[in-house]
Design a protein. Structure first.
Length: 633
């Protein structure tokens, strides 16, 4: 099986289609740091606790996060008492001292949620340090799950007990924990999503929606009342602040899909979409980045007329915000501004089958068309908010029918400008992406030569337009690209040097410093996909780099140095199927049938390829790991 699909090799015809794609939301906020377990030692005088005196050891959770164990935070007290004094004798050598050593204990089998390890023993060599060979006793003071703020580990699904029936597991510090087993019939667990605050995991199973507490590991909670016969939860999304889940379901009437919200613990289930006309349905939805409202698309008032609505998370304040539509008009998609100030949406609002771009405030005010006047048969095809929310980039055949170009506009509709520059005859812009810092836009276009797709960058006002990809071999094309999270570089896939040999390159946003970063490929080898580390330091990619059709995982620095295979040695016919970076960029998790053909297991490895370890536990011959998520506070 080749990693690079055949579509990579046949990019000669591009058809633009507008689909009811739905509403887009944003990333959630980071969770809080967990609470620490603290130890306090003090001299214990002669008394009832220690007849000959000793050491008092107090421990507890630092609830107020001040780094000091206050008296009201003490959960446990122990005493290390001196031995009874003997009779006087002749003077001899000084006795040996007893020592304590305390170190942080990570999450794992000794302390599920972390804590402190206390080693004690006699200073046999009198050097004042408790050496490893001198440790006589070890105890652990562990943090309580109720005191932890966030989960850390790997969450995954696997069919370990019955072929094809996935259950939910976690690996915490090397300890495997089953979080949930199928609860209905013979349906597998799927569609696992961890809350943005990293305390809960939600999943769908048997048409139902469940949530499990990752810290307390209590029994999974069904997130809704019993569904009507034939009913099913179709999809769901966590609020960015983790307070609630929104989901679509035909919960009350079979085949009538409505929108609901529920608190993370399963309480407060409420229908938030408005009353639907006969045959009406909710088609898509998106949380506002600030979590207070939801935007959704529905034919709520008129069958087959899809309009845009907003509602508060508790169901109040339901309002249509897309304005009056022309006969047969519809809203096709919507997306919140990252700052939640506005919603952009595509609709044939003024003229049937003429799709234009609009923005509106969440309460329905300030509804304005922001795309420019369209040529006959022109349409807007796609759009994207700048991360700083001030502008929108969009693709449209605005000036010439069937010539798709790149435009930017302010959210109020002012400053509309074409930024993609002059195109060759039959040239088009195929996609675009904002830099994370909003400084530039990258885009793919056959701008200079028809059917030769190259990578360009441009400032939001249209200045500084530059080709970023390198010179292409005959028939070469750029197939995909991605900004580094810090906006410093762009990675892209192209058959830049050899036709039909797809390799990985990086380049600065101004087009300088173009470099191939994937390693030398075996005959017929290709790079299939790639992902930036969250800290932008490295790129992970899959390729059949060393052996044709044997897809392995590699990492490389953004300048091309340090190329290393990260996956372990594969069994015959083994394959790496998917992978993901840890949020702190330290490790990568990946799925592979690394040890046994057709038994897909889960592994983690450091970014330099060291420390490769299987984390999915023992797997039966029929078993496979399905979904997985690396979770870090």
């Amino acid at each position: 099986m080749k990693v690079v699909a055949s579509i990579f090799r046949t990019l000669s015809v591009v058809t633009f289609m507008v689909i009811i794609a739905g509403c887009s939301g944003s990333d959630g906020s980071n969770g809080h740091d967990g609470l620490e377990a603290l130890i306090l030692t003090s001299t214990e005088p002669i008394g009832p606790n220690c007849v000959d005196g000793g050491i008092k050891v107090e421990s507890g959770i630092d609830s107020n996060r001040d780094g000091v164990l206050a008296q009201e935070e003490v959960d446990q007290t122990e005493y290390l008492c001196n031995g009874e004094a003997g009779t006087d004798g002749t003077d001899g050598l000084d006795g040996y001292s007893s020592l304590l050593a305390m170190v942080a204990e990570p999450m794992g089998s000794n302390c599920t949620y972390g804590g402190t390890r206390i080693d004690s023993g006699v200073d046999d060599n009198r050097n004042g340090v408790l050496d490893a060979s001198e440790v006589d006793q070890t105890e652990y003071v562990c943090s309580d799950s109720s005191q932890a703020d966030a989960f850390e580990g790997v969450v995954y699904t696997a069919d370990k007990n019955l072929d094809g029936m996935a259950e939910l597991y976690a690996n915490v510090g090397g300890e495997e924990i089953k979080l949930a087993a199928p609860a209905v019939g013979s349906e597998s667990i799927s569609d696992v999503k961890v809350s943005p605050d990293k305390t809960r995991a939600a999943y769908r199973q048997g048409g139902r929606l469940y949530s499990v507490d990752l810290l307390k590991r209590s029994a999974p909670k069904q997130m809704h009342p019993e569904l009507v016969t034939g009913g099913s939860v179709l999809d769901y999304a966590w609020a960015p602040d983790s307070s609630k889940i929104a989901y679509r379901a035909d919960q009350e009437t079979d085949n009538v899909v409505e929108l609901y919200t529920v608190f993370a613990d399963g309480s407060g289930n409420a229908k938030v979409s408005g009353a639907l006309v006969a045959n009406g349905n909710v088609f898509s939805y998106a949380w506002a980045p600030h979590s207070s409202k939801i935007a959704y698309l529905a034919d709520q008032e008129t069958d087959n007329v899809v309009e845009l609505y907003t509602v508060f998370a508790d169901g109040s304040g339901n309002a249509k915000v897309s304005g009056a539509l022309v006969a047969n008009g519809n809203v096709f998609s919507c997306a919140w501004a990252p700052d939640s100030s506005k919603i952009a949406y595509l609709a044939d609002r003024e003229t049937d089958n003429v799709i234009e771009l609009y923005t509106v405030s969440p309460d329905g005010s300030e509804n304005v068309k922001v795309s420019g006047p369209l040529v006959a048969n022109g349409n807007v095809f796609s759009y994207a908010w700048a991360p700083h929310s001030s502008k929108i980039a969009y693709l449209a055949d605005q000036e010439t029918d069937n010539v798709v170009e790149l435009y930017t506009v302010f959210a109020d509709g002012s400053g509309n400008a074409k930024v993609s520059g002059a195109l060759v005859a039959n040239g088009n812009v195929f996609s675009c992406a904002w830099a994370p810092d909003s400084s530039k836009i990258a885009y793919l276009a056959d701008r200079e030569t028809d059917n030769v797709i190259e990578l360009y960058t441009v400032f939001a006002d249209g200045s500084g337009n530059a080709k970023a990809s390198g010179a292409l071999v005959a028939n070469g094309n750029v197939f995909s690209y991605a900004w580094a999270p810090d906006s410093s570089k762009i990675a892209y896939l192209a058959d830049q040097e050899t036709d039909n040999v797809v390799e990985l390159y990086t380049v600065f946003a101004d087009g300088s410093g173009n470099a191939k970063v994937s390693g030398a490929l075996v005959a017929n080898g290709d790079v299939g996909d790639y992902k930036w580390a969250p800290d932008s330091s490295k790129i992970a990619y899959r390729a059949d780099q060393e052996t044709d059709n044997v897809v392995e995982l590699y990492t490389v620095f953004a300048d091309g140095s340090g190329n290393a295979k990260a996956s372990g040695a594969l069994v015959a016919n083994g394959y790496v199927f998917s992978y993901a970076w840890a949020p702190d960029s330290s490790k990568i998790a990946y799925r592979a049938d690394q040890e046994t053909d057709n038994v897909v297991e889960l592994y983690t490895v450091f970014a330099d390829g060291s420390g490769n370890a299987k984390v999915s536990g023992t797997m039966p011959s029929f078993g496979d790991v399905g979904e997985f998520i690396i979770v870090q506070p």
